[in-house]
Design a protein around this ligand. Structure first.
Ligand code: GTP
Ligand code: SPV
Ligand code: MN
Length: 584
């Protein structure tokens, strides 16, 4: 008798008609074979093996360089279950539309069966997925990003308890590209893209969209959050999880080199993108990182902004869509060197300078988490780590102060639900437009966002000491258009303020939006920042916030009656706190 996995592989092969099927075991030898083959067929370009041993550059198709949200669907029987923020198709309609694109799609290609575990192998919170793909680059990337191969097959055994994901490059045309999710049957189909979250199905598709659905069913949380540990001078580590939209600073915050190291504060990395959090029997919220690698934004990364990454990506790393120097080293804007002559751009052409960047703005490195010097010794703790603070944040050139603390869990959920951020190159579309992105989950919530808010509201009261909820904004700009806050390693000062709040060591000013630091409560030694700049960073302007509250009200209209009353109540309270202060 064949196993459920074998049956699904057979059925998928019948549809896609590959010339060969390879079951990935995750071994070193297999990785070497994949590498050789990709060097041969041009999917890999060898980088300088002296300075970047076992590092390769992959160039994706120029029309396939970021997640395509408009081609991403949640396919539930009832439209209302996908909610007003997701693209929806009925499951039968989606299958009818997408199946033909898989028909014969792997002719002349090898089909890779890629079994993987999300989470540490020994964790009760881990889950198994299997991706079928005709992209060796995807197979090699999944080997870094998850616990891939034999280890997953052994854990699965003959069970049917895995999330199948069928992926084919198809013809890479956006006209024939679909990323479709069937949360009711826990199935993913993706065709027509070989890039990032569209193609590495363990990442956003499973670990967020399908997992968020499972999490609601099973009473846990699947969030678009980094996980870090802040160590204090006594050696005690406090764990925090933070949700920022794509390309808004998760990886950098999780891997920072603390500017307060000499005072005994350092930051440990547990995860950089996704957190699965469970209510433990002692009433704490415990988080695991389902991933095993980092798929990080390259531009802006340098020895000053993120020295940990710069160390980590010097070996065994895949670079995607970066530029390359004439000594075959990866290069990107913001790497902190002037563009060297003889640069090859991300498309493989001689870079001619000028306005077009040499590296694609969404170019990335794929690196094993274990290679980061900042990786926590406890990052694979099977029971997860207890979370004391949840942080929301985004890019807001104006409006949002550097940091504020919500009043209580319900208000914190409202703060998350009303998050907004300027769009980035991580998804296709216009960059720099402010959009609502609740909990940084707008593109990743696998069900109705109203129900997601309700799920959040219900978690808090089940926790013994619910984490404090904060909001940060590293991206506020002054009248000169420059960032007011230095960011990166200096962000530890804000984390320390949160720790001091948790421990009851510092006061704060009460404002209509929450608790904002008094200037003296921030540890600013060693940082040259003027009092005026600090005031600008911390300012809460009631008139601007009244406008924001109106925008929030318009956004909530989408959800109609399904919006939880508690969220509406929080909005009314904010409006009345603001009303007392504004000229209206
Ligand atoms: P995804 O991987 O797409 O989810 O992005 P992310 O949230 O991990 O963002 P990442 O840390 O990769 O940062 C994205 C961009 O923002 C990079 O170009 C960074 O250099 C920049 N960035 C990160 N942190 C800061 C900060 O504190 N201040 C400023 N000004 N820029 C930052
Ligand atoms: C994001 O866009 O949030 C990413 C990149 O982390 S991708 O894996 O492409 O989704
Ligand atoms: Mn990231």
């Amino acid at each position: 008798m064949s196993t459920p996995l074998e049956s699904w592989v057979e059925e998928s092969a019948k549809l896609t008609k590959p010339s060969k099927i390879v079951w990935c075991d995750g071994s070193e030898a297999e990785n070497e074979r994949l590498t050789e083959q990709m060097l041969d067929d041009g999917s890999y370009i060898e980088l300088n093996q002296e300075t970047y041993p076992r590092c390769y550059l992959h160039r994706s198709s120029p029309n396939d360089v970021a997640r395509t949200e408009s081609l991403t669907f949640i396919c539930t029987r009832k439209k209302i279950d996908a909610g007003p923020t997701n693209n929806w198709m009925a499951p039968a309609e989606a299958k009818e539309k997408v199946r033909p694109l898989f028909d014969g799609a792997m002719k002349g290609r090898t089909m890779y069966v890629v079994p993987y575990i999300l989470g540490p192998a020994a964790s009760p919170y881990s889950k198994i997925g299997v991706e079928i793909t005709d992209s060796p680059y995807v197979a090699a990337s999944m080997r870094i990003m998850s616990r891939m191969g034999r280890v997953a097959l052994d854990l699965l055994g003959r069970s049917d308890d895995f999330v199948p994901g069928l992926h084919s490059l198809g013809d890479l045309s956006p006209e024939r590209r679909f990323i479709v999710h069937f949360p009711e049957e826990k199935l993913i189909w993706s065709v027509g893209s070989g890039y990032g979250g569209n193609a590495l199905l363990g990442k956003k598709c499973f670990a967020l969209r399908i997992a968020s659905w499972m999490a609601r069913e099973q009473g846990w949380m699947a969030e678009h959050m980094l996980i870090l540990g802040l160590e204090d001078p006594s050696g005690k580590v406090t764990y925090m999880a933070a949700a920022f939209p794509s390309a808004c600073g998760k990886t950098n915050l999780a891997m920072m080199v603390s500017a307060l190291t000499s005072q005994g504060y350092r930051v440990w990395t547990i995860g950089d993108d996704i957190a699965w959090m469970h209510i433990a029997s002692d009433g704490t919220l415990r988080a695991i990182n389902p991933e095993a690698g980092f798929f990080g934004v390259a531009p802006g990364t340098n020895g000053k902004t993120n020295p940990n990454v710069m160390t980590a990506i010097h070996h065994d790393t895949i670079f995607t869509n970066t530029a390359m120097t004439d000594s075959r080293e990866p290069w990107w804007e913001g790497i902190d060197s002037t563009p060297p002559s003889g640069l090859t751009d991300w498309k493989g052409n001689q870079w001619s300078g000028g306005k077009t960047p040499a590296a694609h703005p969404n170019s990335r490195y794929t690196e094993p988490a274990s290679q980061s010097p900042s990786i926590s010794p406890y990052w694979e703790n099977p029971n997860g780590l207890p979370i004391s603070a949840l942080i929301f944040g985004g890019r807001r050139a104006r409006l949002a102060p550097l940091v504020y603390e919500s009043y209580k869990w319900q208000h914190g959920v409202f703060v998350g639900a009303t998050m907004a951020s300027e769009t980035t190159a991580a998804a296709t579309g216009t960059v720099g437009v402010t959009r609502r992105d609740p909990m940084a989950m707008l593109p990743f919530c696998g069900y109705n966002m109203s129900d997601y808010f309700r799920h959040w509201l219900e978690i808090g009261p089940k926790l013994k000491n619910p984490p404090r909820i904060f909001h940060v904004n590293w991206f506020r700009r002054g009248t000169d258009g420059q960032f007011l806050w230095p960011g990166y390693g200096e962000n530890v000062r804000v984390l320390k303020w949160m720790l001091d709040r948790i421990e009851g060591r510092v006061g704060a000013s009460e404002t209509p939006i929450g608790w904002v630091p008094t200037p003296s409560s921030l540890t600013l030694d060693g940082l040259s920042i003027s009092r005026d700049t600090l005031n600008e960073l911390l300012a809460v302007n009631p008139d601007d916030w009244a406008q924001e509250e109106q925008a929030v009200a318009r956004f909530f209209e989408k959800f109609g009656d399904r919006l939880p009353a508690a969220i509406r109540d929080e909005q009314k309270s904010l409006a009345s706190r603001l009303g007392a202060l504004t000229s209206r």
